[in-house]
Design a protein around this ligand. Sequence first.
Ligand code: PLP
Length: 478
Amino acid sequence: MSLDGLEKKKTIDLRQKHIGPSCKIFFSHDPIKIVKAKGQYMYDEKGQRYLDCINNVAHVGHCHPDVVKAGAEQMGLLNTNTRFLHDNLVLYAQRLQATLPDKLSVCYFVNSGSEANDLALRLAWQYTGNKDIITLENAYHGHVSSLIDISPYKFHQLSDAEQSQFVHVAPSPDVYRGKYRADHPDAATAYADEVKDIIEKAHIKGHKIAAFIAESLQSCGGQVIPPVGYFQQVAEHVRKAGGVFITDEVQVGFGRVGSRFWAFQLQGDDFVPDIVTMGKPIGNGHPMSCVVTTREVAEAFMSSGMEYFNTFGGNPVSCAIGLAVLDVIEKEDLRGNALRVGQYLTNVLEKQKQKHPLIGDIRGRGLFVGVELVKDRVKLTPATAEAQEVIYKLKEQHVLLSADGPHRNVLKFKPPLCFTTEDADLVVEKLDSILTGICLLAADVLRMRSEVLCCYFLHSRVGGSVRLEGKRFGKYRT
Ligand SMILES: Cc1ncc(COP(=O)(O)O)c(C=O)c1O
């Protein structure tokens, strides 16, 4: 046993023996064992520090002392379910509501993003009396059965997956690689018209729309920023068809985008969803989540006659933690930091784009930034292997970043909001040298290929292998 627990090998062995094999681990050939964390840094069992550029759960910083204290104090006092009156529940609901448009005033507290989205679907079904759901290409909304059905990111991984007849997939409003791009005169309308078209086709088949669901900014789908005005137009089409608009803020909410508290607000104040789901950052690592909706939707849910009870959702400890998270966001001006550092990060990345042809696009808001790697800036050929190489090399240099999107070629920055400009410089400096290495390697391969070709012609009458710098490159015959 090491000071920090089991020997790493023992941890790996026990994990292989007792944990479901589909629970994947980062860097499986050489996983990292993290034993503690603080702020934007994580530490392995040997005390090695890693810069965390991906953890959007540890929103206000890993193990923030105010959050830990709030949870521990309340845990020492009382933890129970919401069938008893408790101030934490109502005070937290009130604080959360103050961040939202007035109309979104009723909360249901649950325990995970999946639970929140599953409940959102139930609310939509009950309120509208309709069944069909429109989701976006590459979307991920959670791991429970109802959500796998509306998560193309997941169900497309199964070769024999059949899309539910009640689910319709609209094109992702991606103006870089999607159907309508930045050069389109009105991409927002074009993408919204696709949804209108889906609704019309569903109606022809006798189907009725219960909801359109989308992340306010698509995350697993490749850090996609929908064009402004898209949500307003989609909402109009969907509401006209009797459905509701659900925004999933599980990844992007709570001030990550900097300029606004909620990412859906980037569309403009004239857009208000009917249901908002929240998760990950809400409890800074404590499992809690929430669905907020309108009084009308909540009343309709009530009218079904079925009680809604959730053993852990909204318990006094979770609400104390939620309140502490909101306090820290405010006290430490983390939204302001997300805006400033996010802008700085985007600026330094833009300089890298001028230097490295592999960088096709940089897009983001606040500390939600995507860097799309492409082999060809015109054809947009995804540089998937290169993106994997980048994240593996960064890991070797103790920086944690991930690559996602349908082609796994988008580097995703979504660090704790206490990320600094120095952190941004550190990761971008390393990214620069890795991309330079990849570029030199590619040039080397090209040079060797042309040398092999020369050799081939020079030796075209003799059978044998071509060897360059000790490597065998091909066997040729006369
Ligand atoms: C956008 C989005 N919605 C919902 C979920 C599901 O949340 P959870 O894993 O807490 O169930 C996730 C999880 O990654 C997510 O990214």
